[in-house]
Design a protein around this ligand. Structure first.
Ligand code: FAD
Length: 263
């Protein structure tokens, strides 16, 4: 990803005049000033429906609704609802994806979770095989060759999200999104932009956060991704468990990093 690219910016915040709204505007302006194209999915503004249901997959109500299978069938037969198809087309056009949200109960707002649930469906985002028929995931997938950046604001102060902070290390809190979703889909996931202590921000602190965000966006094409281990790179056995000789004794989420980020 070098030169001018297409960026999809997915935003989940209900208020455009919020800190998140300000950061989104500033970030998108900075990308456009660098010559990038930016498409925006502002989920609240779009009235995004986050709820998976049978109707969205044109599923026959007389039949038992098996979500993944129904989604795959709808995807393959062109029966997906128009809102889901439009989001998939935006993803397909993008070279990089920014996912921005305020941390709510240590995760993403429900509307954003529902964007992933409805759009990243079987046959499009998972359940895929490579050219040799092998199952792909974690380092290869429909986002292969694309970059992803998470931008998150949090009320808690920076130290409470450190390695020994009470809320847990931020890289671990974001693991389901960054590793289980974005990296699983094949994206190169960049270290997140974490704006902590946000609830008490002054205007100056808001400006400083915007400057940090602009800097991180400028570096997006060349920044070093988080060094997650790839599924089919040799570190895992066929059972998807780390081989005994890989990071022996290391357990937990950190074991899936090939080295400490930045090391
Ligand atoms: P806003 O409320 O819009 O603004 C925050 C501050 O920034 C305000 O003081 C505002 O004046 C100031 N500000 C400075 N510059 C600007 C500017 N240019 N434009 C607008 N405002 C500016 N936090 C956690 O740490 N962990 C949690 O698990 C968590 N769970 C939550 C669950 C819920 C349901 C909610 C509502 C909040 C939760 N929070 C949590 C706090 C939440 O993460 C923060 O409230 C949020 O990140 C702040 O971002 P915002 O855009 O909503 O800020």
């Amino acid at each position: 990803m070098i030169g001018a690219v297409n960026v999809l910016w997915v935003l989940a915040h209900p208020e455009p005049r919020s800190l998140n709204g300000f950061l989104a505007t500033e970030g998108q302006r900075a990308l456009r000033a660098e010559g990038h194209e930016v498409e925006v999915s502002d989920l609240w503004a779009m009235g995004w429906n986050p709820v998976v249901d049978a109707a969205g997959y044109a599923h026959d109500p007389a039949q038992r609704f098996q979500v993944a299978a129904a989604a795959k069938l709808a995807h393959e037969s062109g029966a997906l609802s128009a809102d889901v198809r439009a989001e998939q087309e935006k993803i397909d056009r993008a070279d990089a994806i920014v996912v921005q949200f305020p941390l709510w109960w240590f995760g993403m707002p429900a509307v954003l979770k529902g964007w992933f649930d409805r759009v990243w469906l079987q046959g499009y985002a998972y359940g895929l095989r490579g050219p040799d028929g092998e199952w792909i995931g974690y380092g290869d997938g429909f986002l292969a060759g694309k970059r992803a950046l998470v931008v998150v604001t949090a009320g808690g102060p920076a130290w409470s999200y450190g390695e020994r902070g009470i809320h847990g290390a931020v890289g671990e809190l974001l693991f389901p999104l960054q590793h289980g979703t974005l990296f699983y889909a094949g994206a190169e996931v960049l270290p997140p932009v974490v704006i902590s202590g946000a609830d008490r921000f002054t205007a100056e602190e808001g400006e400083r956060a915007a400057a940090e965000l602009r800097e991180r966006l400028r570096a997006m094409p060349t920044a070093e991704p988080i060094p997650y281990r790839t599924q089919n790179g040799g570190d895992y056995g066929d059972d998807l468990v780390l081989r005994p000789d890989v990071a022996p004794g290391s357990t937990g989420l950190g074991a899936h990093l090939a080295r400490r980020p930045g090391a």
